[in-house]
Ligand binder design. Sequence first.
Ligand SMILES: N[C@@H](CCC(=O)N[C@@H](CS)C(=O)NCC(=O)O)C(=O)O
Length: 224
Amino acid sequence: MSTNYRLHYAPDNASLAVRLALEELDLPYDTALVDRSTRGQKAPAYLSLNPNGLIPALETPDGVMFETGAILLWLADRHGGVFPAHDAPRRTRALSWLFWLANTYHPTLKSRFYPDQFPHADPNRARMRLAELNDLAEAHLAPEAEALGVTILDCYLMPMLRWSMIYPAADPAWTDLTRWPRLAALCARMEGRTSTRRLCVAEGLGAHPFTRPEHPNPPEGVAL
Ligand SMILES: N[C@@H](CCC(=O)N[C@@H](CS)C(=O)NCC(=O)O)C(=O)O
């Protein structure tokens, strides 16, 4: 199948978010696995795609994109159906939550797993802060997401929740979403999608990637 998109990815939450959106939009794409074990994200070839040396990057007909939130919004605007349109009243809140995921939730998650990249990061504090952010999302983002139907908000949040649940090794936080039933319901909704089922096969995510996540067994590469 001819494709306009190439996703440079690793089996991580940010790549999964973009891949989920590509699947949700039913777009043809191919993938290029970035080998994190050899720090492929810092190699000149990859830096020419994303000078930040961070994954993912998406090659589009209009050029290469990086930053998960920007990629998701661009895909939604270009193809429609997974985010409120420019003139839709619900776009105001949806945009606010999208930027919250990119600017608040995602960096907090990162500071828990990559404290060396954040000058004053404290993984334990990050764990508590993530729980607070989940409380906030449960009360305010979840009702919005329920009303919107499946959007890029789900594509972004679900992989991050998954990541929080399966990588507690050094500093256990939580292993299920019992405390956040509305977030759990959003995970279940996403799990019923064809997009998610296709992704489960492509990345070896198991039968319940968001409600009962397990460590992946990715056929295309090693999960780090
Ligand atoms: N702000 C970036 C963050 C991307 C990011 O941190 N990616 C991680 C994987 S989830 C990564 O590339 N880690 C490798 C590294 O830090 O060298 C985005 O939204 O895309």
